[in-house]
Design a protein around this ligand. Structure first.
Ligand SMILES: *Cc1c(COP(=O)(O)O)cnc(C)c1O
Length: 376
């Protein structure tokens, strides 16, 4: 049996009859950039996330940049970012000319550890970026308290967390602003690049709309610096169709996670992801940790399991194999291996199992069987 990591084709086939006419409509109307399908999607997406404003943009990375740019983050400022995230979170800060300051993740949630944030704050700190990694919301309340105490902005990177809930409320409007990604493999994926920024702040929402479109509301009247970060019409149309299915797909991911949990909980050499009591996890990824063995490299057994699964036609992934503070591009920032032990352990032991809503029980059983075989 073959188990891919992700099966975009299965999802496409299931909505083909609905999504193709929506795409052809955009072509017929020649509204290739922004336009009605984008505006309709923005309205619907904001409503779904209980947030006042949503602006569709060209990618999640661009959203990370727009959020901090709109808040006025710039040269000489510092931005607190988890060491365990995809690098695009950090680009939000660097593109503003600011310096990313890394903080370790919490050993259970794998998100920014509120207990470690305050030690990283300096007079230059301007903002904290909470990433809802793997689909689980970061612990927003303590982060908000820290941000308020030190007069900092708090923003969210929800690239992996559409429809996730924190204390019963969907993320997206829980901080000053939030960015989303619609990269094809994300829980809500476009048929190309795409992203969005959301906020409840009227003034900030206005800035976001200007920044994405050359700093202008009215064509050729440029009120502030900006860029071309617009969303394409086809992506808006695709996302509008797909958003109506996201609830069902999210349930599908949670079903897969529950099944993995049921089947794998007896293996003591692995640690399953923890769903925190404050969160409704949407399982963009299902990351297990394969515990290292005494006297061996900590990643050795994880790597061996990945190889074994691969030999049995089961795809898996590493998210992320190198924490941000160990990336070559940030060598100038002066971090060293050992600075963020929780993120480093996760990088060396983490293994992402196949995860998408259409995974069948048969496939999940097969993955579990092979993992059991490996440890036998
Ligand atoms: C995917 C991702 C991004 C970037 O989104 P793109 O749409 O690919 O630019 C940013 N942050 C995180 C945590 C991501 O997973």
């Amino acid at each position: 049996m073959k188990v891919p990591f992700l099966d975009l084709k299965a999802q496409y086939n299931s909505i083909k009859e609905e999504v193709l006419p929506a795409i052809f409509d955009v072509l017929d109307n020649t509204a290739y950039v922004m336009g009605k399908p984008v505006f309709n999607f923005e309205e619907q997406f904001a409503k779904e996330h209980n947030v006042k404003y949503c602006s569709g943009v060209s990618a999640g990375t661009d959203g990370n940049h727009i959020v901090l740019w709109g808040l006025g983050v710039g040269h000489g400022d510092e931005v607190i970012i988890p060491a365990n995230t995809f690098i695009a979170t950090a680009w939000g800060a660097t593109l503003c000319g600011a310096t990313p300051v890394f903080v370790d993740c919490h050993p259970e949630s794998y998100n920014l550890d509120p207990a470690k944030v305050e030690a990283a704050i300096t007079p230059k700190t301007k903002a904290i970026v909470a990433v809802h990694l793997y689909g689980q919301p970061a612990d927003m309340d303590p982060l908000k308290a820290i941000a308020e105490k030190h007069n900092l902005y708090l923003v969210e990177d929800a690239a992996q967390a559409h429809f996730a809930e924190y204390k019963g409320k969907r993320i997206g409007g829980l901080s000053d602003a939030c960015s989303f990604s619609f990269y094809p493999g994300k829980n809500l994926g476009a048929y190309g690049e795409g992203g969005a920024v959301t906020t409840n702040n009227d003034e900030l929402a206005g800035k976001f709309k200007m920044i994405r479109d050359h700093g202008a509301v009215e064509k050729y009247h440029h009120e502030m610096y900006g860029h071309n970060y617009r969303m394409e019409g086809i992506q808006g149309a695709v996302l509008g169709v797909k958003l109506n299915h996201l609830g069902k797909w999210t349930d599908g991911r949670r079903r897969v996670a529950a099944k993995y949990r049921e089947l794998l909980s007896d293996i003591e050499q692995i640690k399953l992801p923890t769903e925190m009591d404050y969160s409704k996890h949407v399982y963009h990824l299902f990351v297990i940790q394969v515990k290292g063995e005494e006297g061996k490299e900590r990643s050795e057994r994880r790597n061996a399991l990945q190889k074994y699964l691969g030999e049995n036609d089961i795809a898996s992934g590493l998210h992320y194999p190198i924490p941000l503070h160990e990336q070559k591009c940030f060598a100038d920032l002066g971090y060293a291996k050992g600075d963020f032990p929780v993120s480093e352990e996760l990088a060396e032991q983490g293994l992402s199992l196949p995860m998408f809503p259409e995974l069948t029980d048969e496939q999940i059983n097969y993955v579990s069987e092979k993992i059991h075989d490996f440890f036998k």
